[in-house]
Design a protein around this ligand. Structure first.
Ligand SMILES: Nc1nc2c(ncn2[C@@H]2O[C@H](COP(=O)(O)OP(=O)(O)OP(=O)(O)O)[C@@H](O)[C@H]2O)c(=O)[nH]1
Ligand SMILES: [Mg+2]
Length: 401
């Protein structure tokens, strides 16, 4: 299963409470306050990891809850801090905050304030209109029912920033291996009573409670970090090309939509061992923006690519025309995000081993005189060295720009 978007709930640990205690020891009278501090709560931390390629772990464990801190103890002993919960996510994960992380206690206090204001307002309303908040019963055909204004509820639910449709606010983008982001910070531990002893108040019989940790709902979205994105119609040979130039082994077959999830391969260049990552996304077809085929869903994975390779089937399998495919692919990319067309593009003609391909390529060049096309045959290893060199040069040029 490939998961690239998942909603999670995270809650940091509560701080431990401070202790009220007094020192007791033989021959020491009035030993004074000795309550230790509570430990801080554990935080929920996201850490980017290049060994992961999707968010499947969060699919199985969508509630990330860190441990609380221990309370303080007598004899001046501080409580243990709660252990941080470090959650590994793939590089390229974006974190969207769906709900605020205000500690529940603050929320409650705010809510109480609001309620007081509401009560004042409703009193005014009651004075203004006689019906006020009185329930209204309607009778029809001998039956009576309470009238409820549903339109108000509908407005409320429309405005709430909930659900995956509304992504909320972007709070982090984890791109490099080892990068950490504190999703929810653990609550502070409370101070024990020994902190409150003063010359005038030598026996404080109070201590602080720990503070609650922050919590919230988040949406994790994976946008794969690859330098090159392979885009093409189904059966164009994207997976065959990826297999030929890297050690990735995606499934290859002569039917459309063989590849159902994005696949990443690493191309290694000798003699300097430079590495480039290539991402093969499931095929696009006409109307993908209307969710035809696998739709636009996987195009998010080429958003971060430096180069987009448009792979065309020059043999025109399934009676398709390469020039129509080319136009359609550009149109679908534009419909997804016009910024994709501003990226550097490389047009590659595949299946040049087939008889009809030469003729099609000539016609294609006639129709698009300004577009330079690189002919290859992925299945027969033709033109692949040139392809690898071209993508390397293009990536280096894009990096310099
Ligand atoms: N003759 C010829 N056939 C090829 C070439 N490259 C790929 N094919 C064939 O085209 C078919 C589809 O190849 P895939 O690599 O699965 O195509 P894809 O673009 O990944 O397709 P989807 O995953 O369905 O989007 C397979 O039967 C391949 O053997 C080529 O250079 N020449
Ligand atoms: Mg494929």
């Amino acid at each position: 299963m490939f998961i690239d978007e998942i909603k999670i709930y995270a809650q940091a640990g509560h701080g431990g409470k401070g202790c009220v205690a007094f020192h007791r020891e033989a021959y020491i009278t009035k030993g004074g306050p000795s309550g230790g501090n509570g430990g801080r709560g554990g935080s929920v931390i996201l850490q980017a990891d290049h060994d992961l390629n999707n968010l499947i772990q969060q699919y199985y464990v969508p509630r990330l809850i860190a441990l609380g801190g221990e309370g303080g103890m007598g004899k001046g002993m501080d409580g243990h801090a709660g252990k941080d919960l470090i959650v590994k996510v793939p590089c390229g994960t974006l974190v969207w905050q769906l709900k605020d992380t205000t500690p529940p206690i603050e929320k409650k206090m705010r809510r109480d304030d609001d309620e007081e204001e509401d009560e004042e307002q409703s009193e005014n309303m009651m004075l203004g209109t006689s019906t006020g908040k009185r329930p209204l019963f309607r009778t029809s055909q001998g039956k009576s029912a309470l009238e409820i204004d549903l339109s108000k509820d509908a407005e409320d639910t429309e405005n709430t920033p909930d659900g995956i449709e509304n992504k909320g606010e972007l709070v982090a983008d984890l791109t490099t291996h080892g990068q950490q982001f504190v999703l929810c910070k653990g609550g502070r531990g409370g101070l024990g009573n020994r902190n409150f002893a003063t010359a005038r108040h030598q026996t404080p019989r109070f201590a602080q409670p720990g503070e609650p940790g922050s919590e919230g709902e988040y949406l994790l979205e994976l946008r794969i970090m690859a330098e090159i994105g392979l885009v093409g119609y189904p059966n164009a040979g994207k997976s065959t090309l990826l297999t030929a130039i890297s050690r990735a082994r995606p499934k290859i077959a002569a039917y459309p939509f063989t590849t159902l999830t994005p696949q990443v391969g690493i191309v290694e260049f000798l003699p300097d061992y430079k590495r480039l990552t290539v991402c093969d996304v499931p095929g696009l077809i006409e109307g993908a923006h209307n969710n035809v085929g696998l739709g636009h869903e996987f195009l998010r994975h080429i958003e971060r690519c430096k180069i987009i390779v448009l792979l065309l089937d020059m043999a025109g399998t399934d009676n398709r025309k390469p020039w129509d495919d080319y136009k359609q692919l550009l149109k679908e990319l534009e419909l997804y995000d016009p910024a994709l067309l501003e990226k550097d593009r490389l047009v590659v003609a595949n299946k040049m081993d087939e008889a009809i391909a030469e003729e099609n390529l000539k016609q294609f060049k006639k129709k698009f005189k300004k577009v330079s096309v690189l002919p290859i045959s992925a299945a027969f290893d033709q033109g692949l060295e040139k392809f690898k060199l071209t993508i390397r040069e293009a990536v280096e040029a894009a990096e310099k720009a």
